[in-house]
Design a protein around this ligand. Sequence first.
Ligand SMILES: [Zn+2]
Ligand SMILES: [Zn+2]
Length: 181
Amino acid sequence: MDLDLVPIYFTDERNLLERLSDCLAGALRLKVRGRNPWFDPERSYDRSRGQYNSTVLLKMLLNDPTGGASRVLGVTGVDLFTPVLTYVFGEAQLEGRAAVVSVHRLRPEVYGLAADEELLYRRLETEAVHELGHTFGLLHCAERTCVMGSSTYAEEIDLKSAAFCRRCLEVIDVIADTRGS
Ligand SMILES: [Zn+2]
Ligand SMILES: [Zn+2]
């Protein structure tokens, strides 16, 4: 299976996307390629909230004129929301193709702490694997360290690992196998 990694308002000064791309290739056995957005992400901006609508972004990511890769992941630096939530770290289509993650609230600086690039990368990796897990049909998992655990606050992301627990991994493996990776 292949994955398009799409930076959206994301300036990658520190090669975070390259690291993420290597990680996803290994963890999910995906063939990853970087791609620029083929849509205008500004259309997802909500002026009254000053944030970007992640559901609208997902729709745009899906509307790929080339037909698209089997998975597409947007990575953005802007703050995301859904109509029912004040903010989200990311959103994905359950058993779908598209997912999006934001690093905005993953940065320690947002909480008045010192910048920490390693921490930022770890959170990004965890959230990216988590959202892609949803596209493979995984729901939230109660296993404490499983990447599919839900997190509302950035500190909660730090409590889990970027890896699937054994039960979640079995689901991923079945899908990867049946669709021929
Ligand atoms: Zn989730
Ligand atoms: Zn799990």
